[in-house]
Design a protein around this ligand. Sequence first.
Ligand code: HDE
Length: 709
Amino acid sequence: MTANGNGDGDRQHVRYADQQVFRAPGGETHQRSDGSETRLTTQQGVPVSDDQNTLRAGDRGPSLLEDFHFREKITHFDHERIPERVVHARGFGAHGYFENYAPLTDITRADPFSEAGLRTPVFVRFSTVAGNKGSGDLARDVRGFATKFYTREGNWDLVGNNIPVFFIQDAMKFPDVVHAAKQEPDRGFPQAQTAHDNFWDFASLMPESAHMLMWIMSDRAIPRSFRFMEGFGVHTFRLVNEAGRGTYVKFHWKPRQGLQSVLWNEAVKINGADPDFHRRDLWDAITQGAYPEWELGLQLFDDDFADRFEFDVLDPTKIIPEEVLPVRPVGRLVLDRVVSNFFAETEQVAFCTQNVVPGIDFTNDPLLQGRNFSYLDTQLKRLGGPNFAQLPVNAPKCPFAHFQQDGHMAMVNPVTRANYEPNSWQGAEGGPREDPDRGYRSYPEEVAGPKRRLRADSFADHYSQARQFWISQTDIERRHIAESFTFELSKCERAEIRIRMVAGLRNVDEELAATVAEGLGLLEMPEATEPARAPRADLPSSPALSIIERGPGSFAGRKIGVLITNGADAEALAALRAAAAAEQATVEIVAPAVGGVDASDGTRVRAKQQIDGAPSVLYDAVVILASPGGARALSARPAARDFVTDAVAHCKFIGYTSGASVLFEAAGLPADPSDLDEGFVSLNDYPPAEFIARCRQLRHWDRQRAVVV
Ligand code: HDE
């Protein structure tokens, strides 16, 4: 077997350092120029003559136990799986770098922020939370956004989410919230969805989850792709400078591509058409050279601000609105390399919140404190022993030296005489020594108080920021939130759970509660849940919390699905391709058959997709370039009609040439739908550049506004 063991993305087969190049008896080398072996061998390096047949006694006789190649191959196969992550099992990773804009040495001595232009290598893993490893990418769920910085002073893991708050205030409740969200234990379903009794039973009994529920019922929980979502460190952390001065910090990742989400009706269809939609999107973007970028922003504050702020900065169910404390951009994250082996990198990467470097420290957020225990513990179970930090994706890229030794799969072993300290051995034989000056020092925070199990009073307001989130959304986003609550609660079989949730929502907003109650067909409005602290109605709206309010104003990085038939207007296609390229958008051809079509000028247009496998939900906008005959043939195909009706229902921009009219009529639209709304753009009347310009709004939301529910 060739050893592709570096797991570090170098796309080559490597030899282990102490492996000599031998010539086989007879003189041939069997080695490629990169050192990889050409012949199939066993783990022991024995060349294999036949990998098709087990060793048998007699042509039709029993298999023999002495078949070491078979036994080794099957045994290894039997052991291929490691436990999937308890949460965040489904994920996808990529390599890249973080580039710092300017020295932040007045605030922190952390290496990645030390110099202008400094590039720190990173590995990022995005994930869903509730679903198992093989679940669909488009679940309504929080997304993980975990970043490992390989700094020159060790690895720093910023293990964040795409939502800035969490369900619970104390790590003690984590197993409960996760159990409630995942499959119900008796039946083992539903998979990757919170739309079931157990989740809402728990949520309706946990008022502290109110703020988070607003976020997960919003479009944030169904991002268009990893590239179009924000990331947050969630907790308040602490930065420490050379002089030992501490500054509180909240971390924000802002996608340069802009924020974008899909509709729920789209999400369920995408999961069917392409359950790998998000990972494929990231893979395609990176391999096509359209490297996704995020800007890292910091909210920095001191004790005075923390004392003044209306909520406890240690409470992870609260944000600090950007309008109150601006986010200061400090650098950019660029993902420019896909993994070369999914298992070695994405599966084996072990993020740990306790991995911090000098200059970065924790606070007493009770969730963060609990996490600092959990991550190491979970890696020990998942990766099978204490040496997981030696795996290439987890190992620091800076020098490291310690006296830890042995254990399962020890690959990096001490070579010094001493394996303990203090020791009196001199020089290299004595091994590494402490560094009192540059070594990691915890911030000397004063701690005092009685030892008790008690939730601080300052954590008692559960609804005010939930309400603030609600009033910060546009009308369309509010509609989506109300619809998601209605959808999810309608899946609850026990009426009292639905009623209890509506009772809680009354503390957030009466209109929201009433809309959901109506959607659920509740005959009477329940009394509002008694809040631990009366919700405030005076928090102002925070426009930064809306996705639509802050649209990117660009269609870059988005994909147009072009449904095409024989005889399609070749000129229109060429112009569309040029306009899309100018916007850095991509065009994907969908045809009646994957072999492609002959365009009006006789040229062959190759297709990427066949219509049955490429519903319009896979695209940000669609164009129908059909000849009248082609459109007639398409009209007979349900997938082609759905392509149009779904694009309309999902408020997509739809470009077309006049030949498409038969298909439009078959889909229940006028032959020329441009009178319906400005989301329909006739490419006979407007140049493709105008179509692309309209696409910059991403969706034609007025179409949804016009639908009265
Ligand atoms: Fe995690 N979380 N978590 N979590 N978490 C894990 O570690 C845990 C929390 C987050 O791509 C586990 O390696 C506790 C908040 C991400 O590999 C586990 C608590 C946030 C990932 C664990 C939380 C996160 C994890 C499971 C409550 C956002 C995936 C597998 C106190 C700030 C990282 C693993 C990856 C993974 C524990 C809450 C983010 C069990 C106890 C809040 C992105 O250790």
